[in-house]
Design a protein around this ligand. Structure first.
Ligand SMILES: [Zn+2]
Length: 457
């Protein structure tokens, strides 16, 4: 069994009992954490972590990894342009090899930035070959992942039904459960990325919710952006007893307070993507509204076709956006400034670690460091000046952390990045494949704004 001793790090465990150690050792045996203490002696390979944070790997709870080759193409879009250009346009041009290289590159980049668990919300899989390409890429990358199997959203061809009228394909989900994703506790597991009442008919939503429940899978869906396909759908689905802890709502900006409370009461989880929500027109992130109900969402990047994949940035945007809302409310109420911040910075580290684990129902295995948890660990340099001096380790990580300073990444005790180098055998081949895929897809899109931008680049 491999034994690694991470020595002399600033250990931020996210475990409520152990907390943070200004100087500590972490012993890894096989795929698990064996011990954490100020000082440990063990026969093990020593990894010097002096001047470095030792943290649980981050959890990116919502990303469409298949869009990695479209980096920044949607930098100036709103949700309306995104639907038109990507789902009704670019997405239809993807071959399985495009899905594979985008998912592989996106997953490797997440590892590079300290994310050890990725929730890959894959909704461009018109054929089983597309689906398998994404799953294979996640497995090959070495990241821990939940593959949420979705369905494409093209404009319907003559005689075909609109995507909102098409139930989630049971055959495909069952095929994956019999095959590559049969292991419910494996490194890559299966969930369902469904349309839900905002994007489908009531019959389709009820079918999809019941299927996910029957198969014991997470049932995740986007909520918000434009008019709902089935107004009042959520209330009917709740009456039918189909809304419970396996339901995951992404965004949720337009939900009423009464709806939010009903969801929280039923154990529904939320995933928020603050930067895309604010830029694309979804509305304000619901961080504070959930906080008022005593809970917190998980967080995700959503679209690398629009923003950075660095989850430290996601946490800071989420924190700053909610503080801005709260401060504005206080100014409107009293004309003054609140006496202190409404949300402590440490909560933002929970959002990208333990809350992501809770969304996946895996809080006992990932998201924190404690004896017995999976050894999903990252080592991040304080740097000569960037994060020095460290007065409050957790606040430092939240406010000054960066994927660029992540030195080592371990998933289940195995190095995926070491001494700032991803342990992927041929990154140049991934880079070439990603660029070729992006160019091929974008060259076939007849959208002047994109063509002009590419031509000018
Ligand atoms: Zn999304």
């Amino acid at each position: 069994m491999t034994r690694l001793l991470l020595r002399d790090g600033i250990v931020v465990t996210q475990d409520p009992t152990i907390g943070a150690l200004p100087r500590g050792d972490v012993l890894i045996e096989g795929d698990r954490i064996a011990a954490i203490a100020p000082s440990l002696d063990a026969e093990a390979e020593i990894i010097d972590c002096a001047g470095h944070f030792v943290l649980p790997g981050l959890i990116n709870a919502h990303m469409h990894t298949w869009q990695t080759a479209l980096r920044s193409v949607g930098a100036d879009w709103t949700l309306l342009e995104y639907f038109r250009h990507v789902h009704a346009g670019l997405a239809t041009l993807y071959e399985p090899e495009d899905i594979h290289v985008a998912t592989l590159a996106g997953a490797l980049n997440q590892l590079d930035h300290g994310v050890t668990t990725l929730v890959d919300w894959c909704h461009n899989n018109p054929t089983p070959a597309h689906t398998d390409a994404a799953v294979d890429a996640l497995i090959d990358s070495g990241i821990r992942a939940a593959f949420l199997h979705g369905s494409p959203k093209p404009d319907p061809k003559p005689g075909e039904p609109h995507f909102s009228e098409v139930p989630h394909p049971r055959d495909e989900v069952e095929r994956l459960l019999r095959g590559k994703l049969a292991d419910r506790t494996g490194r890559v597991t299966l969930g369902m990325a469904v349309l839900g009442p905002h994007y489908s008919t009531l019959d389709v939503s009820a079918h999809d919710f019941a299927l996910a429940r029957e198969l014991g899978l997470i049932c995740s869906m986007h909520q918000g952006g434009g008019e709902a396909k089935t107004p009042g759908g959520w209330e009917i689905l709740m009456e039918r007893g189909l809304v419970g802890p396996s339901i995951n709502i992404v965004h949720g900006n337009n939900l009423t307070d009464a709806q939010l409370k009903a969801f929280v009461d039923r154990g529904v989880s939320f995933s928020v993507t603050p930067e895309v929500e604010m830029a694309y027109g979804h509305g304000h992130p619901i961080t504070g509204r959930l906080r008022a109900l005593g809970t917190a969402p998980s967080y995700g990047v959503d679209l690398e076709s629009a923003i950075s994949g660095d989850m430290f940035g996601v946490a800071r945007v989420a924190l700053a956006s909610q503080r801005a809302l709260d401060n504005a409310q206080e100014r409107a109420r009293s004309g003054g400034i609140p006496p202190t911040s409404t949300i402590p910075a440490r909560e933002a580290l929970d959002w990208i670690t333990t809350r992501g684990a809770a969304m996946l129902g895996a809080g006992d295995r990932i998201g924190s460091l404690a004896p017995g948890t999976q050894a999903d660990v990252i080592v991040m340099s304080v740097g000569p000046l960037a994060m020095w001096p460290v007065h409050d380790p957790v606040a430092s990580v939240v406010m000054q952390g960066s994927g660029a300073r992540v030195r080592d990444v371990l998933v289940g005790g195995a190095f995926r990045k070491r001494d700032y180098r991803l342990l992927w055998p041929d990154i140049d081949a991934v880079r070439r494949g990603l660029a070729a895929s992006g160019e091929r897809i974008l060259s076939r899109l007849n959208v002047s704004s994109i063509s002009a931008r590419i031509a000018a680049a």
